[in-house]
Design a protein around this ligand. Structure first.
Ligand SMILES: Nc1ncnc2c1ncn2[C@@H]1O[C@H](COP(=O)(O)OP(=O)(O)OP(=O)(O)O)[C@@H](O)[C@H]1O
Ligand SMILES: [Mg+2]
Length: 257
């Protein structure tokens, strides 16, 4: 049994059909990357999984348990086990780094102040930012904000980590750093990772498996080597258009250094 199972999942917003029939298995401990064009439903998939959105049909199971429910309270145990690094990090600008990182801990766990402080310190240490604990998000670079977002996710010690575009908009050095952190987190904590990205060189670096969403379906999935050999033109166009030969130069050109 896979750790996470999407079965015949349907999701639409009014007339806009995002998923017609989504089927995907994610095994415990693997790093799965979701690729696909803008607006194809990558973020929606992650939000369905943590219950921020509800399916219109089909089932999603986590550890054998069906998680789609109409009762908000039923999601609390799931949100203790699955953490998400949101697209754009989504830190609270009016809160210090400390308060941002401890947010999920305070919401989901009853910890003594000393334990709370220790967990915050450890999570920030894991991303190399223990010195920023008293700073405000506005004091940080974009790459650092993403790392604080990751520390906030790590602080709850999740079994599953969802990363929505963790490297988009970052310079090459910060991108490498985030990719290394994703790999390191997986190695250290044995977490199952689901990563959404446009960046094929990151995808090739961090993934055990890659799945591509296109117009309501998963149109390809496989290991990095298998995906590199897919001949479907929709997959080829995406991979070839998003995997620059000289990654650093291309990234610099795109983001102007
Ligand atoms: N809460 C919502 N209400 C209405 N439509 C939505 C909502 N969330 C997403 N959508 C629509 O669903 C589709 C899929 O959105 P989603 O955010 O998953 O795209 P994405 O693949 O993550 O794109 P990007 O790469 O640009 O982040 C889009 O057409 C989007 O406009
Ligand atoms: Mg998105």
């Amino acid at each position: 049994m896979a750790l996470i199972e999407f079965r015949n999942v349907k999701k639409a917003f009014g007339p806009k059909v995002v998923y017609e029939d989504l089927n995907l298995d994610i095994e415990a401990g693997e790093a799965l990357t979701i690729i696909g064009g803008s607006g194809m439903g990558k973020s929606v998939m992650l939000k369905l999984l943590i219950g921020l959105l509800r399916t219109d049909g089909g089932t999603i199971r986590f550890a054998g348990q069906e998680i789609q429910s109409t009762n908000e309270r039923d999601y609390a145990p799931i949100r203790r086990r699955i953490a998400m690094l949101f697209q754009g990090a989504a830190l609270f600008d009016s809160m210090s780094v400390r308060d941002n990182v401890s947010y999920g801990l305070r919401e989901h766990f009853r910890l003594k102040p000393s334990e709370l402080a220790e967990r915050v310190h450890k999570a920030l240490e894991d991303v190399g930012l223990e010195d920023t604990v008293d700073m405000m998000p506005s004091d940080l670079s974009q790459g650092m904000r993403k790392r604080v977002g990751l520390a906030r996710a790590l602080a709850i010690r999740p079994e599953v980590l969802l990363y929505d575009e963790p490297t988009t908009g970052l310079d090459p050095v910060s991108t490498e750093r985030i990719n290394a952190l994703i790999l390191e987190t997986k190695r250290l904590y044995n977490v199952t990772s689901i990563v959404v990205t446009h960046d094929m060189s990151s995808a090739f670096q961090i993934s055990d498996r890659i799945a591509m969403v296109h117009k309501g379906f998963i149109i390809a999935s496989g290991t990095v080597d298998e995906i590199k050999r897919v001949t479907d033109p929709r997959v080829r166009d995406f991979i070839d258009g998003h995997a620059p030969e000289d990654d650093d130069v291309a990234t610099l050109l795109r983001y102007g250094g």
